[in-house]
Design a protein around this ligand. Structure first.
Ligand code: ZN
Length: 73
């Protein structure tokens, strides 16, 4: 499941604030990174000098062909 879609969708379905924390590493230098994403699509990176490129997929909900928004993300 997509790391951005999960807290957004679960937050809407439950009607509450939800967040996920992703522990990963830089694809360039392999330095560990921790990224928190919440149900309002805000994100916070744990490491102060780390600026990863984060994008939000452009999904047209009115012309959704997938079974769910999660599949579209
Ligand atoms: Zn790096």
């Amino acid at each position: 499941m997509d790391a951005f879609a999960t807290p957004f969708v679960q937050g809407r379905l439950r009607g509450e604030f939800v967040s996920v924390t992703i522990q990963t590493e830089c694809a360039h230098c392999s330095r560990p990174m921790e990224i928190e994403i919440d149900s309002d699509l805000n994100y916070h990176v744990g490491e102060e000098d780390c600026t990863p490129i984060i994008f939000n997929p452009d999904v047209n909900l009115l012309e959704l062909e997938e079974d769910s928004i999660i599949d579209a993300f």
